[in-house]
Design a binder for this molecule. Structure first.
Ligand SMILES: [Zn+2]
Length: 223
């Protein structure tokens, strides 16, 4: 009796295993589809801004966080942190927003990355225009994008008007440096520019001269 039972059990087990493998394969396909649909958010998609995290990060209804692309506002404890957060709160909180994505949709923290619009107001630009943040570009930023051009234009205007961060007195240096291929501006004493290769860096006599070109202040030496 034992042998008669074992045979069908073996076949049954194999059938169960095959079914399991198929089920898992199906699940993977379904999950991938769900993921793809999730990533296929088009610029026309609408989101409600549920919470302001700081001057460049918001939370959307549903829990997703959005890091505003290409800008960097002061960290907690730094000057203009409160002003930048308050500005986002005034312009965006509770409102229906549109997001324009560019390249990567999420960063390493799982946050969405994009340009934020409330009606026709380009929020990233509004922050820069008020001098409450710096344009902050990365190597994978599309420098030819009109949205980036608008940010740089707004930053030049904020510099000329001496508003927000641009009104803060800073200890000036004789010279500022940027390595070739890098988008950060440094003070001469910064470890990032300790060993500069001749001919492979740029020099600026003021920080503004460097920043208007699209460079952003190094987070370590904070020029
Ligand atoms: Zn530096």
């Amino acid at each position: 009796m034992a042998t008669r039972r074992r045979k069908p059990r073996g076949k049954g087990r194999r059938a169960v295993s095959v079914a399991l493998v198929l089920l898992i394969a199906l699940l993977i396909v379904v999950l991938r589809l769900v993921e793809e649909v999730g990533q296929e958010r088009r610029p026309s998609d609408r989101f409600v801004v549920a919470r302001i995290i700081d001057g460049d990060t918001i939370e959307l209804e549903g829990g997703d966080r959005l890091r505003l692309l290409a800008i960097d506002t002061p960290e907690r404890g730094e000057r203009f942190y409160d002003e930048a957060s308050a500005m986002l709160e005034r312009l965006a909180l509770g409102k229906t927003a549109r997001i324009e994505f560019a390249g990567r949709r999420r960063d390493g923290y799982g946050r969405l990355l994009g340009y934020l619009f409330i009606d026709s107001l380009y929020i990233n630009r509004a922050v820069i225009d008020s001098g409450l943040g710096y344009v902050y570009l990365f190597k994978d930023t599309d420098l030819n994008s009109p949205l980036i051009e608008e940010l740089l234009k707004a930053q030049r205007s904020a510099i000329n008007r001496d508003v927000g961060l641009w009104a803060v007195e800073r200890e000036p240096e004789e010279v500022y440096f940027a390595r070739e291929g890098s988008l950060r501006l440094h003070r001469p004493g910064c470890s990032s520019v300790e060993k500069l290769v001749p001919g492979r860096y740029q020099e600026f006599s003021t920080r503004e001269d460097g920043l208007v070109t699209g460079l952003s202040p190094c987070r370590n030496c904070k020029p």
